[in-house]
Design a protein around this ligand. Structure first.
Ligand SMILES: C[S@@+](CC[C@H](N)C(=O)[O-])C[C@H]1O[C@@H](n2cnc3c(N)ncnc32)[C@H](O)[C@@H]1O
Length: 264
């Protein structure tokens, strides 16, 4: 087939919209079924068994450790406005409120944002936004002093991650910081044994069901470290530190700390 720019661009855009819609649908289902477990998948807490005080304490602890790691590299960490990207029910945003004046949490799933608003202890300083888009156009350029995202990018289809990284660079203030976690290693493809029912009609029904039902299953995605570095370098952002960050099971995963340059 020959290259046709209009057709091919339309196909890419359509595929991006489909993936966004799929991600949103999956996370809304997860959030309705077992929201706290969907955020922090401790097997012992499956089935709505998280104690909420314990759950939010994990957020404060994670933020404390991450802020300490960032401050070790940038001792004069600015404490103004921070973005918590993929905020879920606000576990980390609430922890960030202890360190920053203004926190904006963004998530693709409406039930997550609703719960985040319910649990918001700092209504004057923490704001939650529903953002079903593949960009961060709800925020102006040069808006945040820190962009923060942990265990969220890994659940976004890899094809969409570069667009968000470019947006991190755009909404970060000159001199501001970008800190996020992301696996670099792809999840091995899983082959599932499937049992085919005997009659043709059952096979057809099974086929239609698997093609049309969106199951509430988390996917684990990644972007190679070299690709992450290239995308941010192209957007006037320099790398300050890359460190192993174990948050993606056995997959190799890193925390990245970047600083946006002062002029474009
Ligand atoms: C495992 S939870 C982590 C939530 C939070 N970062 C925490 O650690 O408490 C992942 C979150 O990413 C959100 N998410 C997935 N795709 C997203 C997207 N494209 N934009 C914004 N949020 C997204 C999900 O809805 C979910 O709330």
């Amino acid at each position: 087939m020959r290259f046709d720019p209009v057709r091919d661009l339309l196909t890419i855009r359509l595929s991006i919209h489909m993936r966004l819609w799929h991600t949103k649908t999956v996370w809304e289902k997860l959030a309705r079924q077992d929201p706290y477990w969907a955020v922090l998948t401790d097997p012992a807490k499956k089935g709505n068994r998280w104690d909420l005080a314990e759950f939010f304490a994990t957020g404060r602890k994670t933020v404390e450790l991450d802020i300490a790691a960032i401050s070790a590299v940038v001792p004069e960490l600015p404490r103004g406005r921070v973005l918590d990207f993929g905020c879920g029910v606000g576990r980390l945003s609430q922890g960030l409120a202890a360190h920053f004046e203004q926190v904006d949490g963004v998530d693709i799933a409406e039930p997550m944002i609703e719960l985040a608003r319910e649990h918001n202890q700092f209504k004057e300083r923490v704001t939650y936004h529903l953002n079903p888009k593949g960009d961060l156009s709800l925020f102006p350029d040069d808006h945040f002093q820190l962009i923060y995202s942990v265990i969220s990018l890994q659940h976004i289809p890899s094809v969409l991650i570069p667009g968000y990284l470019e947006e991190f660079a755009r909404v970060c203030r000159p001199g501001g910081l970008i800190f996020f976690q992301l696996p670099s290693q792809a999840q091995p493809t899983q082959f599932r044994f499937s049992w085919y029912p005997p009659t043709l009609w059952m096979r057809v029904k099974r086929y239609i069901l698997t093609k049309t039902t969106i199951r509430a299953e988390m996917t684990m995605n990644s972007l190679k470290k070299e690709r992450v570095l290239a995308i941010l370098a192209q957007n006037n952002v320099k790398s300050l530190q890359i460190a192993p960050y174990h948050a993606a099971g056995d997959l190799e995963s890193f925390s990245y700390l970047f600083q946006k340059g002062s002029c474009r």
